[in-house]
Design a protein. Structure first.
Length: 120
């Protein structure tokens, strides 16, 4: 992969990381600032459901943070864009679609096929 592509992915990954961290801080602020009183139990239930959904999203993003940090480390050590399974280069279009991926499309397809055969 050429240096221009590597720099583009570095900026993309750092941007993703910054965005997730900013959203997490905003969620914390929103949840600590709200002391709302609801006259209608349905309104309260809706607000609780919305909070629960937001927390689930933030938990998924928390897991993504680790993957982003690992991808940035691979950029640093020169292994970014190399399939962990077969050692081939992962295509730029695949990396654009999923910048944290560690598998080329062939290995990922094979992995998914094996999982579906096992019933995972």
């Amino acid at each position: 992969m050429d240096p221009k592509d590597l720099e583009m992915f570095r900026q993309l990954l750092n941007g993703m990381l910054d965005d997730i961290l900013r959203k997490g801080e905003e969620t914390l602020e929103d949840m600590t600032d709200t002391r709302e009183v609801y006259a209608d139990p349905a309104d309260r239930a809706t607000a609780e459901s919305d909070r629960s959904f937001t927390l689930r999203l933030r938990d998924r993003e928390r897991k993504l943070i680790k993957k982003i940090q690992e991808a940035i480390q691979r950029l640093e050590d020169g292994t970014y864009g190399i399939c962990e399974e077969c050692g081939d280069e992962i295509g730029v279009p695949r990396l654009k679609a999923r910048p944290v991926t560690t598998l080329c499309i062939a290995c990922k397809s094979r992995q998914e096929e094996e999982e579906s055969m096992r019933g995972d």
